[in-house]
Design a protein around this ligand. Structure first.
Ligand code: AMP
Length: 116
């Protein structure tokens, strides 16, 4: 369960521009960036395909680690003060392509609302 392109990045079987890594979390530059800063932040465990699969009891620490990563990366990429957007696509209508929970960190330009 949960084998995706991101599993291969976690196992370092395919290259990625990694910007942050801990025991629990990995972050790398999106291959098709939609903003000057576009980083994908993922848990290293593969059992969570979408936000629908998050178990608040089981994954509380992991969720904290994902948001900690987002804030640290935003600081590192100099968008912490100017602002940034975190996006978690979930399921077909959202346009989710990779079924391994991931957070998009987008910044470095003015964002539009509503999103497309
Ligand atoms: P989503 O549509 O939310 O599932 O987003 C998946 C994201 O993963 C897209 O923005 C892709 O550009 C990105 N992506 C897919 N394959 C790779 C890869 N090998 N390295 C970096 N980013 C990737």
């Amino acid at each position: 369960m949960g084998e995706t392109i991101f599993s291969k990045i976690i196992r370092k079987e395919i290259p990625a521009h990694i910007v942050y890594e801990t025991d629990e979390v990995l972050a790398f530059k999106d291959i098709n960036p939609q903003a000057p800063v576009h980083v994908i932040i993922i848990p290293k465990i593969t059992e969570i395909e979408t936000t629908r699969d998050i178990d608040p009891k089981k994954h509380t620490k992991l969720l904290g680690a994902l948001y900690e990563a987002a804030n640290k990366i935003a600081k590192e990429m100099k968008v912490h003060e100017t602002g940034f957007r975190l996006v978690l696509n979930c399921g077909p209508d959202s346009g989710q392509e990779v079924y391994h929970l991931h957070m998009h960190l987008l910044g470095g330009r003015k964002m539009n609302w509503p999103p497309g």
